[in-house]
Design a protein around this ligand. Structure first.
Ligand SMILES: [Zn+2]
Length: 431
């Protein structure tokens, strides 16, 4: 039914456009490509995970210009039609080690960087921290920049720090990164050749304090992100949260079996909470063929990895530099870009058409699929979704409206919560 109505609307539209612009071609059919471009241009497009700060830390670049490296800059956001990227204030798992420390400082540095990017590019960018902020940016022809923290260790176990991050504009937090922190189990680091999920299951999900963190996030209006968390943690977070939860950059485990992807049961549980699964476009997240080839290739270099680890066991810097060289020998084929649409459709099928969105992980991945090499290529997804018969409403949902509806539901839950009456606990010096 929807497809018939859509076709009818297009004909009328084409008729009007044709009459105005091309006399004599009044009945020309709008091509699928043109229809996709029209839809894509008018839609709000949200990408809930881009690692621009980390990419800039590794190699500084002027994002106002099109860069040869990386996946994201202002010209490519424009070309990709992106309305609202969440940039990750990502805190590497190493900071969680007691010998390192500084997790909050690292998050603050990236939060500051994100604000600086907005300040330096006022013609194109505007800071946003709400659904209305995103819609206003679209009306004004600007790109709304939002902040998500990646890695719950960023709060250094302090609800006061969590609250302060909210005041700096943070609107989601991934409960863990690849490390299990003091209050939540992670799904772990699948890319570590010694990966064993059991070693990450330390608490059996969320601790009591972890549940407090989730509820404080609800109260503050920080969206609960379950990408990266262990299976029990995800179930505990959904149970503890007063608001729907979401996965900011995960794909479907049924199509690519890695622990970072969500199972069908998890898709159902996230959707039931009122949340969304935002599809990650790393080849390893999209394609079982890529995963299988990756594991075989990694196995081949494993003896070399062991040798380097033994040789430089007392020199972490040298060891990591050498390991990087060895890991460059790991090869696997890129996924095809259309597999991203297979994952979108899988989430739609299992969780419903309103349960899916985009969380590309651009600038945080090394292996974007062939044909979706950077953020400028996103219009291809719109065209492919239309080609596969999805309605324009469904496509707008995938591109951003599903996420915005989820955020509205989370905001409603926040407003329904009692304000905190007791003071937040204060940190004490280590003795
Ligand atoms: Zn991540």
């Amino acid at each position: 039914m929807k497809r018939i109505r859509a076709a009818f609307t297009v004909s009328l539209c084409t008729l009007a456009l044709g009459a105005a612009l091309a006399p004599g071609r009044a009945f020309a059919e709008e091509s699928l490509h043109d229809r996709a471009m029209r839809l894509h241009k008018s839609a709000i497009i949200v990408d809930t995970h881009e690692d621009v700060p980390e990419a800039l830390e590794q190699a500084w670049a002027d994002i106002s210009k099109r860069n040869a490296k990386g996946h994201v800059d202002i010209p490519r956001w424009r070309e990709g039609g992106v309305t609202a990227p969440f940039l990750a204030a990502y805190v590497n798992a190493e900071f969680a080690k007691k010998s390192s420390g500084g997790s909050s400082k690292k998050a603050l540095e990236f939060i500051d960087l994100i604000h600086r990017l907005v300040d330096a590019n006022p013609k194109d960018l505007v800071f946003a921290d709400s659904v209305e902020g995103i819609r206003a940016a679209k009306r004004d022809g600007k790109i709304a920049i939002l902040i998500g923290i990646e890695g719950g260790h960023a709060i250094e176990d302090s609800l006061g720090a969590l609250s302060a991050f909210q005041r700096l504009g943070v609107r989601y937090m991934t409960l863990t990164h690849t490390n299990t922190n003091d209050w939540a189990d992670s799904s772990g680091n699948f890319f570590d050749s010694k990966f064993d999920p059991k070693t990450y299951a330390v608490h059996g999900g969320l601790t009591d304090f972890g549940r407090d963190v989730v509820r404080e996030m609800n109260r503050l209006g920080i969206l609960v992100d379950v990408s990266h968390v262990g299976e029990k943690t995800m179930a505990d977070a959904i149970a503890a949260s007063k608001a729907p939860v979401f996965a900011s950059h995960s794909s479907c485990r049924a199509l690519s079996d890695i622990p970072r992807n969500v199972t069908d049961d998890q898709i159902r549980a996230i959707a039931k909470s009122g949340g969304v699964v935002m599809v990650n476009v790393s080849s390893l997240f999209l394609s079982q063929k890529s995963v299988d080839a990756y594991l075989a290739s990694r196995k081949a270099v494993e003896p070399e990895v062991q040798e380097v680890q033994e040789r430089y066991k007392d020199d972490a810097t040298k060891r990591d530099a050498e390991l990087k060289k060895v890991r460059e020998k790991i090869h696997y084929p890129d996924a095809d870009w259309s597999t991203a649409v297979d994952h979108i459709e899988r989430v739609m099928k299992i969780g419903g058409p309103q349960a899916v969105g985009l969380g590309t992980d651009f600038d945080g991945i090394d292996d974007p699929p062939a044909g979706l090499e950077d953020v400028s290529k996103l219009p291809r997804l719109t065209e492919e979704l239309l080609r596969r018969g999805h309605s324009e409403d469904e496509v707008r949902g995938v591109l951003g409206e599903n996420f915005l509806r989820f955020w509205d539901r989370a905001e409603a839950a926040r407003k329904a919560m009692e304000p905190r009456t007791e003071p937040l606990p204060f940190s004490k010096p280590a003795s």
